[in-house]
Design a protein around this ligand. Structure first.
Ligand SMILES: Nc1ncnc2c1ncn2[C@@H]1O[C@H](COP(=O)(O)OP(=O)(O)OP(=O)(O)O)[C@@H](O)[C@H]1O
Ligand SMILES: [Mg+2]
Length: 372
């Protein structure tokens, strides 16, 4: 397991460390979480990312106690909580549909967890006020939930989740229903809340950008298991599988073949052999580059060539789109591989059917196994 980076400097005594040990869960005959191990350090912000149905919500519910694992155990600060009901786990939970009480006003919604804990009236009112101020809704106590915007309702849900000062905050796609601008604003608010409270956060999203911007660590799910986890930079720049590479963002990749002796054969340059130190087995591989690692120039009209670690390969432009700082191009190699690159350069013809030269450094390529 990679050691989370934040542990040492995390300022809080309130945050809890979570570990899932060999956790499995099935519904009927279908295994939806398979032998999962996960460590979340106290105060860490971990995002669980992955396609629909990959087991993120189920895993979150097992941490919260709303679902029981079929096998394995859940630990908070080393203590086994697998058999502890949700209300005794001291966990704040925010789900996508907010689940606010529509007939209660904002103050009563936020006060609810404190009532459950029999916090006396005066203290309750003070804590509700503080929690609402935390989410920039100071003075909203008497407002009706139905009269709030989606973003405001979302913030009420967050206030309700933090008002009893949980040691762990679990959020399941809390921003899914919001438009892009509000979502980005709320991402920053949740981040800053995390820093102010020093609480441990486990955050579920299927939006890779959201996971990359918000987290100390990203855990990528696939079919009920962890495909890869690491810091946002690690998982983005160094994906360990083609699935991780594709899920985490745009890329360009070419299919190649590893030969005995660590030599690499690239389809556009069949006569060439590139020395490549690697422990991977002989056979088909993918060489992958993120858009920022690829240089794009106007077409030279020359065939592909290799020199000093760099490949220059002409490609056909399939589509081009101006995206502010850069132009994104979808390109195709002569042998069929397609991918996305980005170029700031003017003077590039990005119309469909035009051609450009790509400059690819072998040193910056990520070598991915090809799955059968
Ligand atoms: N109560 C249930 N009964 C039966 N099957 C369930 C139940 N809850 C979840 N599943 C199944 O378990 C699998 C994992 O579901 P889960 O909700 O954990 O996925 P997810 O990663 O959160 O997906 P999404 O991104 O769509 O929210 C899915 O195939 C789902 O249909
Ligand atoms: Mg889900």
């Amino acid at each position: 397991m990679v050691q989370p980076e934040r542990t040492a400097e995390t300022p809080t005594t309130r945050a809890v460390g979570v570990s899932l040990r060999s956790v499995s869960k099935s519904y009927g005959a279908t295994a939806v979480v398979r032998d999962l191990d996960l460590e979340v350090a106290p105060g860490e912000f971990v995002s669980m990312l992955g396609p629909s149905g990959s087991g993120k919500t189920t895993t979150l519910k097992m941490i919260a106690g709303f679902e029981q694992p079929g096998a394995g155990s859940v630990h908070f600060d080393g203590r086994d909580v697998t058999d502890l009901p949700p209300e005794r786990r001291d966990v704040g939970v925010v789900f996508q549909n907010y689940s606010l009480f529509p007939h209660l006003d904002v103050g009563a919604n936020v006060a609810f967890p404190l009532r459950m804990r029999r916090v006396p009236g005066q203290e309750r009112a003070e804590r509700v006020q503080r929690a609402l101020e935390m989410v920039d809704l100071g003075g909203y106590e008497r407002r009706r939930v139905a009269q709030l915007s989606g973003g405001q309702q979302q913030r009420v849900a967050i206030a309700r989740a933090i008002v009893f000062e949980p040691r762990l905050l679990l959020m399941d796609e809390p921003l899914g229903a919001l438009d892009r601008r509000l979502r980005e604003a709320m991402q920053l608010e949740i981040k800053s809340l995390h820093e102010r409270l020093g609480v441990t956060v486990v955050y579920v999203t299927h939006d890779q950008e959201e996971a990359l911007t918000m987290s100390d660590r990203v855990v990528l799910f696939r079919d009920g298991a962890i495909e890869q986890h690491g810091s946002p930079r690690e998982v983005y720049e160094r994906p360990s599988t083609a699935f991780a590479a594709d899920f985490l963002g745009d890329s360009l990749s070419i299919s190649a073949r590893l030969l005995p002796g660590g030599l690499l054969e690239v389809p556009g340059l069949p006569a060439q052999r590139f020395p490549l130190g690697t422990g991977m087995p002989v056979g088909p591989v993918r060489l992958m580059w993120r858009p920022h690692a690829v240089e794009v120039t106007a077409p030279s009209g020359l065939p592909a060539e290799f020199s000093a670690d760099r490949l220059r390969i002409p490609v056909e432009v399939l589509a081009g789109g101006y995206a502010g700082d850069v132009t994104r191009l979808r390109v195709r190699f002569a042998w069929g591989d397609e991918g996305v690159v980005a170029t700031p350069s003017r003077g590039i013809d990005h119309r469909r059917g035009s051609s450009v030269d790509l400059h690819l450094s072998l040193a910056s390529a990520v070598l991915l196994p090809v799955q059968s």
